[in-house]
Design a protein. Sequence first.
Length: 455
Amino acid sequence: GLVVFESLDIDNFKRILTPIELSCAAVGFTNKINTFMDHLWNGFYTSFTRLSRFPSLVPLNQTIVISWTGTIPVKTQYNLQGATNRDWVILRQRYARPESIQVTVNGAIIKPVKLVQGQEHDLTKDGPKCGANKFFFQEQTIEFVVTSDPNCIVRLEQVNSVQVSLRMDTTVEQFFEKKGDVEFIDKITAVLGVPPDRVRIVSIRKGSVIVDFVIDAAKNENPNITTTEVKTALKTQVDNLIKTVENGTLSFTAPVLSLTYQLVVAPQPKNTTEETKTNETKVQEEEKVEAPVEVKVVPRQPVTTNTGTTTDSSTTKTPTTTQDTSTTKTTTETKTDKTPTTDPTTTTKPPVTDTTTTKTNENESSNPPATPPLKNPPTISTQSPNNKPINSEGVPWLVIGIVIVVSIVVLGLIVLLISYIMAGASKSNKEAAAIRSDLDDRYNSSHSRIAIELK
């Protein structure tokens, strides 16, 4: 069959994406294709205007790997021609940076197959379906089906989104027994107030259970929107998600242990004929890939303070928010001079809070607070972890003393060595002078004796 794919970006007549290699290891197929020839001439010279459309013969009913030389366009389109009914190909391609890929067929969004670790996921097992896809955002790779149906035109688009990995304290088997995958989408969409087509579960992995999902940003038709504005909107969405998990508004079939997210902003295609160096620098700075951020969610559990009282720690995250800090501090203050209670809500009643706060302030000068503040300014400690004195740089005085003693001993040895060398040299000079004097005396005596004999 003939696979035809092309770029739908604004620069599809200017960018060079070739050579592009299509390969299939199962049948030993490889094909390298180039760009079309120029469409226009400027006098005697070509205009370098080439449509980014690429046809290639491929084996049918196989998985074809597409390897791009240039960066994959933001929007691409694929279809299969010259094949009979029920024929298909699975196209696989890897993106150079983390992306969220949205697959559509005739304007309808096709959600990816949920990948469950340890299970096989054949896209054509129940018959090839146009646009069926698998997305591995850990490997930044997508696989999708293109059938021989003339109406099967598959479009891939890189979209702005938040990639989230949510870890829960359960097993994969228990997660599916409680229909966790079904209620997961329902709860996410209900709490965040987003339509279901903007939330996609990508994979479900072990350890304990890690649900990888994507929350797409809302469509924005403003062409002048900046990358910074997009990131700000995505960050707000993430903060809302974290807040609902922490305060218990968003709860699943099992406790949430941690949450890792990454903001993914699709590159902005641009017309290269209108670019300036200033704009290029600005775009490169804005399109830097955000690093993944991990937020640890601590379950509610009783905490015993230094005074023996018991408090209920609220769900916190890393980094700790101001709201969590103030809540913990208030709970500690209201229970400093009171007997422990089992109902944490009693500490928030106005009469109890006022009385306890007054008692705490009266005893503040004589009794230190039960727990230190959560955030202290950096101070220089004068004690080491082993309660040994240390200097202002945090090094124990004993270590400094040992270093000084060793330095003095080494210096003394060096001085002795130099003295010994100089003494040896002086002795050698004296011996040489004595030998020279003896030789002179012998020479003079022998010379005198020869002179007398000659006379």
